[in-house]
Design a protein around this ligand. Structure first.
Ligand SMILES: Nc1nc2c(ncn2[C@@H]2O[C@H](COP(=O)(O)OP(=O)(O)OP(=O)(O)O)[C@@H](O)[C@H]2O)c(=O)[nH]1
Ligand SMILES: [Mg+2]
Length: 302
């Protein structure tokens, strides 16, 4: 009964680290976007598709966290996120469970007030509250701050209340045919998912300011003809010579750890053995070079 189908685009926005990518992965039931406990993990818009045989299709846009940009890469990221607000049918705005609305949230709220699109506020990380009744206070604080279409407490990590989020999205989506076939999960090319998986393992293994200055490029990705093995050569780009030393680690230990963690996940993604070779290269202050950030894949798609 396709005439009852709904379909449309839903952007997921919020400050860095609030759980946007975790939520999107959970909703589509597959890990497409990388996640970490470091802010500014997501750098590009990542589109995924949820097809519900009875109700229709939701196309999610996971976006970089909206923050005060300190370099050109940051400006690009914020621009990617804010631009989606005008192009979608529903906005999911994720926040941390607090009753203090900070300058960062307030900035996003002002942007949301300027668009007509319905906004569903998700107060995420509900599982971190010792006293669940505190949530009522947070809901009240946010209710006063903006005219949200809906407010839902949830835990993206534990999958609490995430089915309610999907129900509410369908409530606001327009009627219409599906944009993609039911098998489509994402528009991300495999090569890009692979480079993101390597970046994620680097983010998890490294500390301080180093993770923010990392980019990963795939030099070669080729399945062998005679064996079910894919050979991948990739380069981790960092900003300083001292960072390069840390990424390689004592006797190459750090790079080995990043490589074997990444290989494990890439093998699961590709469904076959992977021979992964990693290199480390320094490109001084690449995050402030228009040329280099484009070169590393941070460019406008449209
Ligand atoms: N306890 C708890 N942790 C969560 C929840 N959702 C996400 N996290 C954690 O929060 C951290 C950030 O999650 P991400 O999904 O990478 O956050 P993001 O909003 O996509 O971050 P950026 O891409 O940097 O903007 C990770 O360590 C997640 O495991 C949740 O519901 N509960
Ligand atoms: Mg993210």
């Amino acid at each position: 009964m396709t005439e009852n189908f709904k379909s449309g685009f839903v952007t997921i926005v919020g400050r860095p680290n609030v759980g946007k990518s975790t939520l999107m992965n959970h909703l589509i039931g597959q890990k497409i976007a990388i996640t970490s406990n470091k802010p500014q993990t997501t750098r590009n818009r990542i589109q995924t598709v949820l097809t519900d045989e009875k109700r229709g299709q939701i196309i999610f846009l996971d976006t970089p966290g909206i923050h005060k940009a300190k370099n050109k890469l940051g400006e690009y990221m914020v621009n990617v996120a804010e631009r989606t607000l005008n192009d979608v049918d529903v906005i999911l705005f994720l926040v941390e469970p607090t009753d203090y609305i900070g300058a960062g949230e307030q900035h996003i709220i002002e942007k949301l007030k300027a668009v007509k699109t319905p906004v569903i506020l998700v107060i995420n990380k509900e599982d971190t509250l010792a006293d669940k009744t505190e949530m009522l206070r947070y809901i009240d604080t946010y209710r006063k701050a903006c005219d949200f279409a809906e407010i839902v407490p949830a835990s993206a990590l534990r999958g609490q209340n995430t089915d309610v989020i999907v129900d509410l999205i369908f409530k606001y989506l327009p009627y219409g045919p599906c944009f993609y076939d039911a098998e489509t999960i994402t528009d991300q090319p495999e090569r890009q998912i692979v480079s993101e998986m390597i970046r994620e393992k680097a983010l998890h293994a490294l500390n301080e300011e180093i993770p923010h200055g990392i980019a990963v490029t795939i030099e070669r990705m080729r399945p062998r003809r005679d064996k079910p093995i894919t050979d991948i050569d990739a380069t981790i780009v960092c900003e300083r010579d001292s960072h390069k030393g840390i990424i390689i680690g004592k006797n190459g230990g750090m790079l080995k750890k990043i490589g074997s963690n990444a290989r494990y996940e890439i093998e699961r993604l590709l469904g076959q053995k992977v021979n992964l070779k990693l290199w480390v290269k320094v490109k001084k202050d690449w995050r402030d070079s228009d040329y280099l950030i484009k070169n590393f894949g941070y460019r406008d798609e449209d």
